[in-house]
Design a protein around this ligand. Structure first.
Ligand code: 13P
Ligand code: SF4
Length: 343
């Protein structure tokens, strides 16, 4: 029987000893340009304990690009955009997965790893896109547009995925929609991602009114203002931004797409029109490049912290479960995205 030790360590009981300083020095080296030295004694003991617990419990942490640098660079085993996290979840060789991301990402990991324990440090780590649509809404749309394939963004609940034909992410939306080879598709729930994708494909896209609370706030005037105050800056935007914002950018792509752009072109000065922590994580990797950082936090991603990751691992708490009949249908939508499908 698996007996779980539910002792919860208080952060203040973890000390920045000389052993902790030595064992975490290589990790501080990765984030030293974005985390002030004075803050490291607070993070380091938590990081050391989390990394020790991961080994003891054969757990892996999947860290989304929007995690803060101490989570992203110092305790995550696999990092990336939601597509990369879904792809890697299929290959995870561990007993336990901790999702350092939001709830729909944890559900996707669970769909692809039904036998593994999938944990999320805070069950309140939601997403305004996922909340914008219910399974009932999808059933009504399907009745309104019979026979039209339904593509759902992964930023949805498993129950919504179960009603749809195939998933997509911002990293593969164009390929998935085009790959269906049909004249009309329904694309849910992000209206802006759907409108941005519609500009890249030849078929008609029926949209839904979902919005990301982080990306909907950027305006074309913001981009023009950033260019005025930073001559020559390269603007990279997430396709959850409005089409008018994407039109002002030099490139639009998923969070991983933006990282790849920086890696490939190494612009001298870049602004990432997306969540704040992403710029910190990329800046930590490229200290020689300059990043302008207009800050727009995702309140849901920011619910994930070192302290609740530690508690999740210790108590094996906040397990993500999906009713079997929903999971079976939702898994089909996710697997079709990963392996390909035509209606
Ligand atoms: P990515 O798939 O680009 O990582 O986006 C996920 C997300 O939630 C963006 O807001
Ligand atoms: Fe959802 Fe937007 Fe937060 Fe991404 S950034 S998790 S889309 S609310």
């Amino acid at each position: 029987m698996n007996v779980v030790n539910t002792h919860i360590t208080r952060a203040k009981d973890l000390l920045f000893t000389s052993d902790v300083a030595r064992d975490t020095a290589h990790l501080y080296d990765k984030v030293k340009t974005v985390i002030p030295e004075i803050e490291w004694p607070v993070f380091a003991p938590l990081i050391a304990r989390i990394n020790q617990l991961k080994k003891e419990k054969n757990a892996v942490i999947l860290g989304h690009n929007y995690m803060t640098p101490e989570i992203f660079h110092c305790i995550s085993d696999i990092t990336g955009d939601s597509l990369a996290l879904a792809r890697s979840a299929v290959k995870v060789d561990a007993d336990m997965i901790v999702m350092a991301g939001v709830h729909f990402m944890a559900e996707t990991a669970k769909l692809l790893n039904p036998a593994k324990k999938v944990l999320i440090p805070d069950l309140g780590a939601g997403c305004t896109l996922a909340e914008s649509i219910t399974p009932e809404d999808v059933r009504k749309l399907k009745a309104q547009y019979p026979g039209i394939p339904v593509v759902t963004y992964v930023n949805t609940s498993a129950a919504v995925k179960a009603e749809c034909d195939i998933c997509c992410t911002s990293g593969n939306a164009k390929e998935i929609v085009e790959g269906l080879g049909v004249p009309r598709v329904i694309m849910l729930p992000d209206e802006y991602l759907a409108l941005n994708t519609a500009k890249q494909v030849s078929c008609e896209i029926i949209t839904w009114k979902g919005r990301c609370v982080v990306h909907e706030t950027f305006t074309p005037q913001d981009i023009r203002g950033l260019r005025d105050s930073n001559p020559g800056v390269v603007v990279l935007a997430h396709p959850e931004c409005a089409p008018e914002v994407v039109a002002e950018a030099d490139y639009a792509g998923s969070t991983a797409g933006m990282v790849d752009y920086v890696k490939k072109f190494k612009p001298r000065k870049t602004v990432l029109i997306t969540e704040c922590s992403m710029s910190d994580n990329v800046a930590a990797e490229y200290p020689e490049l300059e990043f302008v950082r207009p800050c727009n936090l995702c309140p849901f991603m920011k619910k994930i912290e070192l302290t609740n990751i530690l508690h999740t691992l210790e108590a094996e708490q906040h397990e993500v479960t999906i009713a079997p009949e929903i999971a079976a249908r939702a898994r089909v939508s996710v697997e079709r995205m990963l392996t390909g499908w035509k209606p």
